[in-house]
Design a protein around this ligand. Structure first.
Ligand code: GRG
Length: 289
C-alpha cells in the first residue's frame, strides 16, 4: 500500500461503493427513490474507511464488507437529511443539489431519513454466516450513532453556544469522530481482527474523526459552495462552536495539522498494512470538499 496515490484509491473505492449502493435501491415503492435522491452523491468516506480497514486487517472477500460499508453511508445520509431540516440547521442545499426537504417537503424528508436508518440495519445483517461479527457491528454502530454518539453530538451542536475548547471537543467527538471511528472498527470486526487491535483502531479513528470535523469547520469559513456541495458560512451565521470560532482559522489550521500528525503516529504504530490510513489522513487535512 506504500506510495499509493490516495486520490486514485479514493476515486476507485468510491466508484465501487456507488455501484453497490445503486443495487441496494429496488424499484419497490417511491420511498426508495426519495431515499436514493439524497444517497446518490457524497464522498463516501465512511464506507471507504470500512473497506480499507477490512483489507488492512486481512479481509479478502469485499462482498462481506460492502453491504456494511453501504449501511454506514445510509446512516450518514440520514443524518445529513435531518441536519438540513428547518428544525435543525435549516439548509436548502446539500451534496450539490436541493436538500431533501426542499425537493420533497419536510414530511417526506423525515420519512426518507427514517427509512434509511432502518434499511441500514438490514444491510448490516445481509449475507450468510459471520453472525457474531454482524451482531458486534450492529452494537458498535448503534452505540456510535445513538444517544451516546452522533445524536448527542447533534444536540450539543444545536444547543451549546459557549465558544470554549471543551465544548467544541465534546461536539467534535460525538457528532463526527465516533462515527468515523466506528467505520474503521467495523472493517476490523468483519475481518476478525483481535480485540486489542480493534481498540487501537478506535483510538486512531477518533483522532481522524476529530481532524475530519476540524477541516469541515475550516471549510465552512474558507470553502467554496460549488466544491463543498453545501452552503459555507452557516456556522458563523448560526453561532456554532466550531474550531475557527474557538481558535480562529489559523489556530484551527495549526491544531488540525497536530491532529493529523497524531493520527498518523497511531496508524503507523499498527504496521505498514495501515499505511493507507496515513495517506487518507493527509487527504483529510488538505481537502477542499
Ligand atoms: C442518528 C446518525 C444520526 C443522526 C441524527 C441529525 C443528526 C442526528 C445528526 C447530524 C450530524 C451531522 C450532520 C454531523 C456532521 C458530520 C459531517 C462532518 C458531515 C459532512 O460529512 P462529509 O463531508 O459529507 O463526509 P458527504 O456529503 O461527502 O458525505
Amino acid at each position: 500500500m506504500r506510495n499509493i496515490d490516495v486520490t486514485k484509491y479514493l476515486a476507485h473505492n468510491k466508484a465501487l461503493v456507488d455501484a453497490a449502493l445503486g443495487k441496494f435501491f429496488p424499484d419497490e415503492n417511491p420511498l426508495f427513490d426519495i431515499m436514493y435522491y439524497s444517497v446518490e452523491s457524497g464522498k463516501r468516506i465512511r464506507p471507504i474507511l470500512a473497506m480499507a480497514s477490512y483489507e488492512a486487517n486481512g479481509g479478502r472477500d469485499m462482498g462481506v464488507i460492502m453491504p456494511i460499508a453501504c449501511g454506514l453511508e445510509l446512516i450518514h445520509t440520514y443524518s445529513l437529511i435531518h441536519d438540513d431540516l428547518p428544525a435543525m440547521d435549516d439548509d436548502d442545499f446539500r451534496r450539490g443539489k436541493a436538500a431533501a426537504h426542499k425537493k420533497f417537503g419536510e414530511a417526506m424528508a423525515i420519512l426518507s431519513g427514517d427509512g434509511l436508518y432502518a434499511y441500514a440495519f438490514d444491510l448490516f445483517c445481509k449475507g450468510e454466516g459471520l453472525a457474531a461479527e454482524k451482531l458486534a457491528v450492529v452494537r458498535a454502530v448503534s452505540e456510535a450513532v445513538g444517544p451516546a454518539g452522533v445524536v448527542y453530538g447533534q444536540m450539543l451542536d444545536i444547543g451549546d453556544k459557549e465558544k470554549l475548547p471543551k465544548t467544541m471537543r465534546r461536539i467534535h467527538l460525538n457528532k463526527t469522530a465516533k462515527f468515523i471511528a466506528v467505520a474503521i472498527e467495523v472493517g476490523a470486526i468483519m475481518a476478525k481482527a483481535p480485540k486489542d487491535r480493534i481498540s487501537k483502531l478506535h483510538e486512531a479513528g477518533i483522532c481522524l474523526g476529530v481532524l475530519f470535523q476540524y477541516t469541515d469547520d475550516i471549510l465552512d469559513v474558507v470553502g467554496v459552495k460549488h466544491l463543498l456541495g453545501k452552503t459555507p458560512g452557516k456556522d458563523q451565521a448560526s453561532g456554532k462552536v466550531s474550531a475557527p470560532a474557538v481558535y480562529g482559522v489559523e489556530g484551527a489550521r495549526f491544531r488540525a495539522k497536530r491532529y493529523a500528525d497524531l493520527t498518523k503516529t497511531k496508524f503507523s504504530a499498527l504496521g505498514e498494512e495501515f499505511d493507507i490510513f496515513c495517506r487518507i489522513t493527509d487527504f483529510v487535512l488538505r481537502r477542499s470538499c
